[in-house]
Design a protein around this ligand. Structure first.
Ligand code: ACM
Ligand code: ZN
Length: 685
């Protein structure tokens, strides 16, 4: 029956061919759980027919996706079609409904799954297997059995710091689907702009969706004002409810859930600009916390969430919950009265009260609250979901307490960090997160019990946009690192292999470029800071260091041994090799153990404006034989201005000929800007 072919399917048959595929590199991102390549290739022409046994509406959805793909497939009722997408009752070895089996052989292409989403993912795999030439697609004979490691595979997009068009959002959803990601976390509100049209509060988009500044940085460093759409120089935007419905329909076809985030109770400066009565009376223009003692805050939030739930069908509603300051609450009469009446001991518990009320409200509407890991701190209802971003500790604590967890720790999942040598990159928020480091992440922490593991529902990449003023720039930061995240989320650890993945990612970068995306060009990757690649041997190695002022517990590196452990820092101050000093001088004395001949003393400092890391104003180097009386041998004044926006590394050194036992090294904090000093090693030769 299958081979009795006529009409539409004939071109497919004519193009079927056999040849050796042994020399063909087969790559799919994310790597399937089982991929068996055999000799031979199968070809079909653009516009070829496919057959499916799905119901009519499911078939319509699949057809829409297939027809708009490069294959331009058309649905056929002919049961003999050689491209077959079939729902089956069960698949051996596949328990997830997102799983599928895909066979390409001389008889054609057969995808099987228990649900349409599995067939959709089989199709995404086919798109990556195919090579196109002159309107024909050729792919190797394969047998693939595939299913995801995690149910939640997410990408977040911050559209508050910089607004993104609907077309851009939908384009990113297309890429998410290609890489089998299924949750789009849409960060719609934040201090930098409210982005969602609400019929109940049109003032939010009339007054707080535009800013009289071209980008976030000038808004942040300027007056942090908002303006109306038609003000001169207005920049920003918002999504109308029709826009949202378009995005939701596109996402639905791509099997992506859209999770809206409405930030509370912090990061709400834009709400307070429109409704100042929702702030505590003592609040400053620059703080963004809603007053939790005021019932009007709850009326407002419930009205907003009701309308959000009418628009978004998602099971999860994200309510933010991160980085709220408790200062204004602790001084506010209404907040203090609320704390007394509810028996809450501090501001954290007051935030917990708000989260608990909102979770109950969402629960009454059949939804689940999801929030950043701070929501754990004030007590949390059992069915709330925790997104662990400040590391994995919040996620582990949440799993222990029986909450579902999404892992998204900054060190592995924040795509706003530099992806390559910062000196070669456009300005980013800081950090250093390479493709390889994203790829290395395992969302199940070592030592998690079997029960805790069950609560870890997945992983998400976050695209915070402070330093991504344009859509092109956002894509540059997102790709190809999102591909690494997709493999973290989908592929079993035993199947992961970075060299294989990197080759596949290079190929995908070319694909992304061809289809109008703007990925970082992985082939140009420079890599880690040269100095950090191997330990440095020097006269001061492992010598004792006395600190006149302590290092910061937030950036201890290796503690008191850091500055003589031979390990130089990389591009990131957070790499545990750089030692941080907050609002203090670096004032240390290295004891060489005995009076020694020396020719050189040097240390590096870094400057990065975003996180307020500065070069020292001056460095002074002094010597002493007895540790009591010191003679200054060098004083160096920094000439790099604090307005410099690029990451700067500066070497401070003395060279000469001297005898000394003690080397006193002082990096003086620039007291006009305060902030941080960071250094990694005092090298003495
Ligand atoms: C966050 O990055 N503040 C969740
Ligand atoms: Zn208050």
């Amino acid at each position: 029956m299958k081979k009795a072919l006529f009409s539409l399917i004939v071109p497919c048959l004519l193009l079927t061919a056999c040849s050796s595929s042994a020399d063909r590199e087969v790559s799919v991102v994310p790597q399937p759980q089982s991929l068996d390549v055999q000799d031979g290739t199968y070809s079909f022409a653009t516009g070829c027919a496919f057959h499916t046994n799905l119901s009519e509406s499911e078939r319509a959805d699949l057809s829409a996706v297939f027809a708009s793909s490069p294959f331009c497939l058309t649905a056929s009722d002919d049961d003999g079609a050689l491209l077959r997408f079939e729902r089956v009752d069960a698949l051996p070895d596949v328990s997830s409904e997102e799983g599928y089996r895909l066979t390409v052989d001389a008889d054609g292409i057969r995808a099987e799954a228990v649900a349409p989403v599995g067939l959709f993912y089989a199709f995404q795999t086919l798109l990556q297997l195919a090579e196109e030439k002159d309107g024909r697609f050729t792919m190797p004979f394969v047998r693939i059995t595939d299913y995801p490691r995690f149910a939640y595979r997410g990408m977040h997009m911050d559209v508050s710091r910089h607004f993104r068009s609907v077309e851009f959002v939908m384009k990113q959803l297309d890429a998410m689907a290609r890489y089998k990601l299924n949750r789009f976390h849409w960060h719609l509100t934040d201090g930098a702009g409210w982005r969602l049209e609400l019929k109940c509060y049109p003032q939010l988009t009339e007054q707080a969706a535009y800013r009289p500044y071209p980008d976030w940085k000038s808004w942040w460093n300027g007056g942090r004002k908002y303006c109306s759409k038609d003000s001169p120089g207005a920049s920003g935007g918002y999504y109308s409810q029709d826009d949202v419905r378009r995005v939701l329909e596109h996402a639905r076809r791509l099997h992506i859930d859209v999770i809206p985030e409405i930030e509370m109770p912090g990061h709400s400066e834009e709400i307070l600009a429109v409704f100042p009565q929702l702030a505590c009376p003592n609040h400053s223009q620059r703080s963004g916390e809603l007053c939790i003692g005021n019932e009007a805050t709850f009326d407002f939030l419930e009205h907003v969430l009701e309308e959000v739930m009418e628009l978004f069908p998602s099971e999860y509603i994200h309510i933010g919950g991160d980085e709220a300051s408790t200062v204004s609450w602790e001084q506010c009469p209404k907040c203090r009265a609320r704390m007394r009446s509810e028996g809450l001991k501090d501001g954290k518990e007051l935030q917990g009260y708000l989260i608990g009320r909102i979770a109950k409200f969402l629960g009454e509407h059949g939804r689940k609250l999801i929030g950043w890991d701070e929501i754990l701190e004030g007590g949390l209802p059992q069915d709330a979901v925790v997104m662990s971003w400040r590391g994995e500790e919040g996620g582990i604590a949440a799993a222990k307490a029986g909450h579902e967890v999404i892992m998204t720790p900054g060190a592995f999942c924040y795509l706003d960090a530099y992806q390559d040598a910062p000196v070669t990159q456009p300005e980013a928020i800081g950090g250093y997160l390479t493709l390889e480091k994203v790829y290395s992440y395992n969302p199940v922490p070592d030592g998690a019990s079997a029960e805790q593991q069950l609560y870890i529902r997945g992983v998400q990449a976050n695209v915070w946009a402070e330093y991504m003023p344009t859509e092109e720039h956002a894509e540059y930061m997102t790709y190809p690192r999102l591909l690494a995240l997709s493999e973290v989320a989908w592929t079993s650890p035993a199947r992961k292999d970075f060299p294989r993945f990197r080759k596949a990612a290079l190929k995908e970068v070319a694909w992304l470029q061809m289809y109008g995306y703007h990925p970082f060009d992985l082939s140009e990757e420079v890599g880690e800071r040269r100095e950090s690649l191997r330990p440095v041997a020097h006269r001061g190695l492992h010598c004792a260091v006395a600190y006149a002022q302590p290092w910061s517990a937030a950036y201890p590196a290796a503690g008191d041994s850091t500055l003589t452990d031979g390990l130089r820092g990389g591009w990131s101050y957070g790499d545990r090799r750089w030692q941080g000093f907050l609002c203090k001088d670096v004032d240390v004395t290295v004891d060489l153990g005995k009076v020694s001949d020396i020719r050189q003393v040097e240390a590096d400092f870094m400057q990065l404006r975003g996180p307020e890391i500065w070069l020292p104003k001056e460095v002074a180097i002094s010597f002493s034989d007895d540790g009591k009386t010191f003679t200054e041998v060098k004083r160096i004044v920094t000439d790099v201005p604090v307005t410099e926006t690029k990451l700067v590394f500066q070497n401070y050194r003395w060279e000469g000929s001297a005898k000394t036992r003690y080397v006193h090294f002082v990096g003086l904090l620039n007291r006009e800007v305060m902030g941080w000093l960071f250094t990694d090693e005092i090298v003495i030769n």
